[in-house]
Ligand binder design. Structure first.
Ligand SMILES: *Cc1c(COP(=O)(O)O)cnc(C)c1O
Length: 408
């Protein structure tokens, strides 16, 4: 049997192995020079004054919600077309994620709807209630807090419309936190992803463009936020005061030295890593561009550099995705629906009463999307194999579905 193709894979060179080994030769395995160097590097890349390393992207998003002042019942406008962590971080603070739908092209949050939601939620009353999840809308007793923030996500490595986000943030006095977990090195109108909001968060899980194993990084230009992040990631210890002086409820969200060393070595290769991913996209594009039952990813005009996180195609409505996925899997080729909408995750349905149909664009994107194997070290022969198999089994599943329709 032929060896399967992985869905994703980290790209680790000798430089990374040496960097991690050199940390292990010291006695400082946490809170040391590698973290500081890694933070300095991310700060230089983004041009942001502060970068604070944390142990995951999710931790970084959580701390950003604390800095944004999100507390019980406070609202944050965000998108349901994302990985669940971008809404969960609001729930950690007992806040309410107010979802607005995505744009059909990029899958990023729709700025017009963000503006409308912000305006209505600030206005209050009936106009505000229509944006709330149905379970909260129905409960007459619900006393919600204030609208605090906008949390756009740079979906699949493509920056959201950040000038619009910033403008809406200014107009309605809202914090803007960029979930840049999928977008390190991406550019919006020539500006680095993560450099426009009040804070932005990157993530370094092994399937991302660069990895620390587990890890994340928050960037901000607010001096006081940076101090707050450093305190909160380290059990609430005061950054200036004496050792063991815990001024606030904190967490253990520290990034260890091995991870930081790995991250630093990966960041030094970021251009190379992103170019290799771009090359894989090019290979896929050449092979799939004329297949009439699928659509290639959309790159917006404002995206001056795509930081390809995943390669997601859209299937025509008559293609039976689950059959296609099983047929691919049977030939050793994994694929994934990307994303499963957050509002339809069982936990969100139960807690907020969301229903199918609440966010039609998101649901349509989710229903038709298919992520193919994608990683920087992918060989052209692997892209060939995935593409050839996809084209062959795709034709079969499409026909089967058409026959099914004809006979029904
Ligand atoms: C990966 C990711 C995260 C979370 O990152 P972790 O490091 O796994 O916690 C958050 N948001 C989005 C959109 C992501 O893709």
């Amino acid at each position: 049997m032929k060896k399967g193709v992985p869905m994703s894979a980290p790209d680790i060179s000798e430089a990374e192995r040496e960097a991690v080994a050199s940390v292990l030769a010291t006695s400082q395995l946490s809170i040391g020079p590698k973290l500081e160097a890694f933070e300095g590097s991310v700060s230089r890349l983004t041009g942001m004054r502060h970068a604070v390393g944390v142990n995951s992207g999710t931790s970084g998003l959580h701390l950003s919600m604390i800095a944004a002042g999100v507390g019980r019942g406070d609202m944050v406008i965000t998108t349901p077309f994302s990985f669940v962590a971008s809404a969960n971080c609001i729930l950690y603070q007992d806040g309410i994620p107010v979802f607005v739908d995505a744009e059909p092209g990029t899958g990023n949050i729709d700025p017009d709807q963000v503006a409308q939601a912000a305006s209505d939620l600030k206005h209050g009353g009936e106009r505000a209630r229509q944006w709330l999840p149905s379970r909260l809308r129905a409960a007459a007793s619900t006393r919600h807090g204030s609208l605090r923030a906008i949390l756009p996500v740079h979906v699949f490595g493509q920056p959201a419309n950040m000038y619009a986000m910033r403008e809406i943030g200014c107009m309605f006095d809202l914090v803007v936190v960029e979930d840049a977990c999928e977008a390190i090195g991406g550019q919006y109108r020539g500006r680095q992803a993560g450099s426009i909001g009040d804070a932005a968060v990157f993530a370094f899980y092994p399937n991302k463009q660069m990895t620390t194993g587990e890890g994340g990084m928050i960037v901000t230009n607010h001096d006081r936020w940076a101090d707050l992040f450093r305190s909160l990631r380290n059990q609430g210890r005061d950054v200036f005061d004496a050792w063991l002086n815990h001024s606030r409820l904190g967490y253990n969200y520290r990034l260890d030295e091995m991870s930081a060393a790995l991250g630093l070595a990966q960041l030094n290769r970021l251009d190379e890593l992103l170019s290799k991913r771009q090359r894989v996209v090019q290979w896929y594009t050449e092979r799939l561009k004329d297949i009439e039952w699928l659509e290639l990813p959309h790159v917006a005009e404002t995206t001056t550099r795509m930081s390809w996180f995943v390669f997601v195609v859209r299937l025509a409505p008559h293609v039976d995705r689950s059959r296609l996925m099983s047929a691919l899997q049977a030939e050793g080729i994994p694929s994934r629906p990307y994303f499963q909408p957050i509002h339809l995750q069982p936990f969100y349905v139960e807690r907020f009463g969301y229903r199918r149909g609440d966010f039609p664009v998101t649901e349509q994107l989710a229903r038709t999307s298919l992520a193919l194997p994608f990683f920087s070290t992918m060989l052209e022969s692997q892209v060939d194999r995935v593409s050839d198999t996809l084209i062959r089994v795709g034709r079969q599943t499409a026909i089967t579905r058409a026959e099914a329709q004809a006979s029904s």
